[in-house]
Ligand binder design. Structure first.
Ligand SMILES: C[C@](O)(CO)[C@H](O)COP(=O)(O)OP(=O)(O)OC[C@H]1O[C@@H](n2ccc(N)nc2=O)[C@H](O)[C@@H]1O
Ligand SMILES: Nc1ncnc2c1ncn2[C@@H]1O[C@H](COP(=O)(O)OP(=O)(O)OP(=O)(O)O)[C@@H](O)[C@H]1O
Length: 285
């Protein structure tokens, strides 16, 4: 085998709470994450030469050691003293710097693909632990599915999948820096979402309660910095989404829908003023 092709799905945060700032500068978080069927595709080709090459079609991403997929390959090479190389091709479909963990998912897919290509024999748990060195969202992306993530986001507790539903993603034409959003977060006086309640609602497949409990403390920063995100939230709700929330540090907003006809109506309404709108399904498992 000298080629591996692997899907790298986007995630959304159904609940995101920040509890405190840690000594290492990161925030202690509790969040519920789930994958959706909007995905990049990563193709890995074995190179006999000792080098990492990276190329991409689709969105604009750095094609050097700033790319998280490149960093994943380098980490494995260094950790296991691999003398072979790889060509990484990314077919980019997930919007970049959008709050959908596109880069993290590419890194996770690269870890999983190289585990096969370089015959490393690592478990998912071992890959997830390595992934945490690249970014806080990478561990979750190694497993996918649905999870409660704690610590700085790297401690993963698997939970059952939410009931099937549609998700509408709408991204205004701005990129958001996750670091900047966390830096501007004021922990005092925050309205904290009920993360435990969200886990329970998912376990009980209670769609209405999932809608009621959506919450993300990072909205308090991003919605102020970028009023267009607030505008999209309001429009999506007005047009008829069952519930609406910003994903991660934004700026992507997602809406949940039980009925496809309503999803279609809101999709058409949003396309009038928002260029990037995607109708997807929860992958859940
Ligand atoms: C917003 C989320 O995407 C929600 O899933 C994550 O919490 C962030 O995950 P990520 O993009 O993988 O973040 P990282 O690349 O690890 O960190 C980017 C920056 O965000 C801040 N950061 C991130 C995670 C965390 N728990 N606390 C933080 O304060 C740190 O300043 C860090 O330098
Ligand atoms: N493979 C990649 N795909 C997308 N962005 C990448 C990649 N590698 C590095 N980056 C860089 O990472 C930054 C964040 O991009 P990404 O799309 O991962 O953001 P995000 O969806 O907000 O992530 P998260 O939700 O984990 O915070 C951008 O500045 C981008 O240039």
């Amino acid at each position: 085998m000298n080629k591996v092709s692997i899907k790298a799905p986007a995630k959304i945060n159904l609940s995101l709470d920040a509890l405190r700032k840690r000594e290492d500068g990161f925030h202690e978080v509790a969040m519920v994450m789930t994958t959706v069927d909007l995905a990049d595709r990563i193709e890995l080709t074995l190179l006999e030469a000792d080098e990492i090459k990276i190329e991409s079609s689709g969105g604009f991403v750095p094609l050097d050691d700033r790319n998280l997929a490149f960093q994943a390959a380098l980490l494995l090479k260094k950790t296991f003293n691999i003398k072979k190389g790889v060509n990484i091709h990314i077919s980019k479909h997930i919007p970049v710097a959008a709050g959908l963990a596109g880069g993290s998912s590419d890194a996770a897919a690269t870890l999983k693909g190289l585990n096969e290509l370089w015959k490393l024999g690592l478990s998912l748990d071992e890959l997830a632990e390595l992934g945490a060195k690249i970014g806080s969202d990478v561990s979750f992306c190694v497993y996918g599915g649905t999870a409660l993530a704690t610590g700085r986001g790297e401690k993963i507790h698997h939970i059952s999948s939410p009931p099937p539903c549609w998700v509408l993603l709408a991204k205004p034409p701005i990129g958001v820096s996750t670091g900047e959003v966390y830096r501007n977060l004021k922990l005092h006086g925050l309205e904290h979402p009920d993360v435990e309640g969200m886990v329970k609602a998912i376990e009980e497949k209670d769609y209405d309660q999932i809608c009621n409990l959506l919450g993300n403390v990072l909205e308090s920063v991003t919605l102020k910095m970028y009023p267009e995100v607030k505008h999209i939230k309001e429009q999506m709700m007005r047009l008829g989404a069952d519930a609406v929330l910003m994903s991660g540090s934004g700026p992507t907003v997602f809406g949940l829908f039980q009925h496809e006809s309503r999803l279609q109506r809101v999709y058409n309404g949003l396309r009038g003023f928002c260029h990037e709108v995607y109708a997807v399904r929860l992958l859940g498992e």
